[in-house]
Design a protein around this ligand. Structure first.
Ligand code: HEM
Length: 458
């Protein structure tokens, strides 16, 4: 099928009249600002208080629009799995990401989304993944050695941000990207920061203004590079893979599609990995017994510090994977996910009209005490096969689920385990006595003070 035929007719919607949502319990807060300030101040506590007062389906008003929050695994199943194709991701994420990352995969819907996802999937098959691993492994090994050479205090978050940026430059764009790397990285950092900026219009001297300017530079870079990469052929990095990727009818992706997919992929990978690897290191530091257990697992691989990591090595790190999953449970990098209802539907007895902005909340679900006893305790054993068997399949959703489930989740596990291997083989990490990191949980979990740790060579 030619892509021209599937550029699905744009779904339009009319926000429902306020009166049509009044039967749903809730509290829309102050005029204009609604509950926005409360949500920003304490996103987890605010949702928990609303849940205690109104139950698992409630009405709220944040960032200028009334929305319906739907909490718990059944809500996640309904919205994310979306078996009846009731929910638009385009019109859920659009207001947040549309200006900077228009037509990224997550911002496409239904048939058009399915076809683009298929075309992009070639870049995540085992061949290209092996090559990304080689790039990630080299980059991580060098950086961890630098950390080992300067033991003592370190702020994890900025160090991790720099590491994921540098890794993305090689695994996404190719080692030969050259002197433009700094400019591209800066443009990209501006776009990512703008995605969650409170002022949503690209006014001069605002984050959004810088983000939109960053997008222009990124578009110019990719537009220039696509014909060069196509003419050259080959290339193991993700960008080169997309330059050769085709739709079902054999047609190459258009230049604009590659630009939109590349920008979105880099954004989707960057903040999520920075956040999750930071919380992973924070949990290792706070839980020395688990740190020692994982180090034993790495020792058991029988590889020397200078040996490269293979896929086979990473498959033999189940405890490290469980620990990373537990870090994702405690601090999901995407703490809430929006959708827009395209048709009327009913949930838990409430009729919700077409056009309503609805959302699920992994951060809440991941701390439900009836599913996760002692939810603030770090316990990777929650992810043994046995423990998972009796749990609702949408009780743990850091990567979403259904048609939009994270396309990069294996990439994320690969980077996390490769990082764990080098880090634990070289360093031990601890917190100063009495220090409790202070996390901001929304829009993306991030330690306010950077997360102070002490590193020692092992
Ligand atoms: C720990 C790291 C990551 C987390 C927690 C994460 C989380 C998520 C979530 C929750 C979604 C779905 C959002 C929704 O349905 O509304 C998503 C989608 C996506 N992610 Fe990730 N992500 C991570 C890493 C990555 C990486 C490394 C890549 C690329 C290399 C990536 C690429 C994507 C793409 C392309 C989508 C859109 C999929 C679609 O709409 O079909 N992500 N991610």
């Amino acid at each position: 099928m030619s892509m021209q035929n599937v550029a699905s007719p744009a779904i339009t919607f009319t926000p429902p009249k306020r009166n049509s949502l009044k039967h749903i319990p809730g509290d829309e807060g102050w005029p204009v600002i609604g509950k926005t300030l409360e949500v920003l101040a304490d996103p987890k506590g605010q949702v928990e208080r609303m849940h205690a007062k109104y139950g698992p389906v409630y009405r709220s008003h944040v960032f200028g629009e009334t929305s319906i929050n739907m909490l718990g695994p059944e809500a996640n199943d309904l919205l994310l799995f979306d078996k009846d194709k009731l929910f638009s991701s385009t019109h859920g994420w659009g207001p947040i990401l549309g200006l900077l990352f228009p037509r990224g995969l997550m911002l496409l819907d239904f048939e058009e989304h399915r076809l683009h996802r298929r075309a992009l999937s070639v870049a995540f098959k085992s061949g290209p993944m092996k090559s990304y691993l080689a790039d990630l492994d080299r980059g991580i090994a060098v950086r961890v050695k630098q950390w080992r050479a300067q033991p003592g205090d370190m702020l994890v978050y900025p160090a991790m941000k720099q590491l994921t940026l540098d890794l993305a430059a090689t695994s996404f764009l190719g080692a030969e990207i050259g002197p433009e790397v700094d400019e591209i990285t800066r443009a990209f950092v501006d776009m990512v920061a703008a995605a969650v900026a409170p002022i949503r219009r690209p006014l001069p001297f605002t984050q959004m203004g810088r983000g939109v300017a960053g997008r222009k530079r990124i578009v110019a870079y990719f537009s220039k590079q696509i014909p060069i990469r196509r003419a050259r052929g080959g290339g193991e990095d993700l960008f080169s893979q997309l330059c050769q990727a085709t739709h079902d009818d054999g047609a190459l992706l258009s230049t604009q599609d590659i630009i939109d997919h590349m920008s979105f992929l880099m954004m989707a990978a960057h903040d999520t990995l920075t956040s999750s690897l930071t919380s992973f290191v924070g949990e290792l530091a706070a839980n020395p017994e688990w740190q020692a257990r994982l180090r034993e697992e790495v020792k058991g691989l029988g590889i020397e510090a200078n040996d490269p990591s293979s896929i086979d090595n990473l498959e033999k790190m189940p405890l490290s994977e469980m620990a990373f999953k537990e870090a994702l449970r405690m601090k999901p990098p995407v703490p809430s996910m929006p959708r827009r209802a395209v048709r009327d539907f009913t949930f838990k007895g409430y009729a919700i009209p077409a056009g309503a902005l609805v959302g699920v909340n992994p951060l809440f679900t991941h701390h439900m005490a009836e599913i996760w006893p002692d939810p603030d305790k770090f316990d990777p054993l929650r992810f043994t096969d046995e423990a998972q068997r009796n749990r609702h399949r949408f009780a743990w959703v850091p990567f979403g689920g259904g048609a939009h489930m994270c396309l990069g989740l294996h990439f994320a596990y690969m980077q996390a385990k490769c990082f764990a291997r080098h880090f634990l083989q070289n360093l031990s990490v601890s917190l100063e006595p009495g220090y409790k990191p202070d996390w901001q949980m929304w829009p993306i979990p991030k330690p306010r003070d950077g997360l102070k740790v002490v590193l020692k060579p092992v």
